[in-house]
Design a protein around this ligand. Structure first.
Ligand code: NDP
Length: 316
């Protein structure tokens, strides 16, 4: 019982993306968790069947992700071509001519010749000091297309783009975004944006998949928590944990969850999702928790050009 047979989704450019990714972003408290843990977490994940690892330049762990991947290959667990590695372009590298050098730097740290997926991490551009910049993300997208042309990346996409921004890139690009990665969980169900992505055939990666289920600083966080009676009932019915119920909920909706864990048992648990299915009614029950409340809201950038989380998503 592991994810060795983890299914894939077909991207709009013909590549296949495994539907559970190991998250390696470790939140906003750098130093609270040793980056060295990431190397072991990546190896543990690949050992139990993960084939998709999610990192980003801003996580400062691409070297550890690369080392974990290297360990797994050296042990003969997988070959490079069996893996799907995602990384992301940070906000201060949005100038068209900055994209390829930024990706080359990520590849150097990862010790890879190419990544499978490169995402614009956030639509908002900043200068190196974090102050706002006015670069249009369409210019950034041209840099992404060039990186793909050079063979440094197979698929390109975006992250944290709202409906308007996604549609704008889609309408004015040669290579369409293959993926939009954004927050989806029981309190942030994102029906309108998911619906638009389905219409455009843009695959969705769901970050912070547990929402407020797991321990978060916010004591006033909305339900569900891990001991929620509805989730506990489903967990008992299927012999799973409530965490697994929430991940399976995202899979039933056709999304690719990105559970982060550095704990070996939880890493294994988070991909042990393919021997049961939720009913439509159960999916609807979980969707009813929606409050449009985000775990991740980088309010420090809220007045910057192209900040994405300003309005509710329009219905499509
Ligand atoms: P998650 O919803 O993955 O929650 C992570 C927390 O859940 C950790 O504290 C982890 O602890 C705990 N946990 C993991 N598995 C279980 C389990 N089975 N039972 C109980 N607790 C569990 O949130 P994140 O915000 O970390 O998001 C996941 C990933 O998504 C990130 O790592 C990153 O890769 C990506 N991301 C992308 C963003 C973007 O802007 N594109 C923004 C935010 C995240 P432990 O490690 O101890 O198990």
């Amino acid at each position: 019982i592991n994810g060795a047979e983890a299914p894939t989704v077909q991207l709009n450019d013909g590549h296949k993306m495994p539907v559970v990714a190991l998250g390696t972003g470790r939140g906003t408290a750098p130093g609270s968790e040793s980056v060295e843990e990431v190397r072991r977490a990546v190896l543990d994940a690949i050992s139990v069947g993960y084939r998709h690892i999610d990192t980003a330049a801003i996580y400062n762990d691409e070297a550890q992700v690369g080392a974990g991947v290297g360990d797994a290959i050296a042990k003969g667990l997988v070959k490079r071509e069996d893996l799907f590695i995602t990384t992301k372009l940070w906000n201060d590298k949005h100038a068209k001519e900055a994209v390829v050098p930024a990706l080359r730097e990520s590849l150097r740290k990862l010790n890879l010749d190419y990544v499978d997926l490169y995402l614009i991490h956030f639509p908002t551009a900043t200068k190196a000091d974090g102050s706002p910049d006015s670069i249009d993300y369409l210019d950034t997208w041209r840099g992404m297309e060039e990186a793909r042309q050079l063979g440094l990346v197979r698929s390109i996409g975006v992250s944290n783009f709202n409906s308007t921004q996604l549609q704008r890139v889609y309408d004015s690009s040669q290579v369409k975004p293959a993926v939009n990665q954004f927050e989806v969980n029981p309190t942030m169900t994102q029906e309108p944006l998911v619906k638009l992505c389905k219409k455009l055939n843009v695959a969705v990666m769901a970050y912070s998949p547990f929402g407020f289920l797991v321990s978060r600083k916010n004591a006033d966080a909305p339900p569900p928590k891990a001991d929620d009676p509805e989730l506990v009932k489903m967990a008992a019915k299927y012999g799973k944990t409530t965490s697994q119920i929430v991940l399976r909920y995202l899979i039933e909706r056709g999304l690719t969850p990105i559970p982060k864990s550095t704990n070996k048992e939880r890493i294994a648990q988070n991909i042990d999702l393919f021997d049961f299915q939720l009913t439509e009614d159960e999916v609807a029950i979980i969707s009813k928790f929606n409050k449009n409340v985000r775990v991740i809201h980088p309010v420090g950038m809220k007045d910057y050009p192209n900040y994405p989380f300003v309005t509710e998503e329009p219905s499509v």
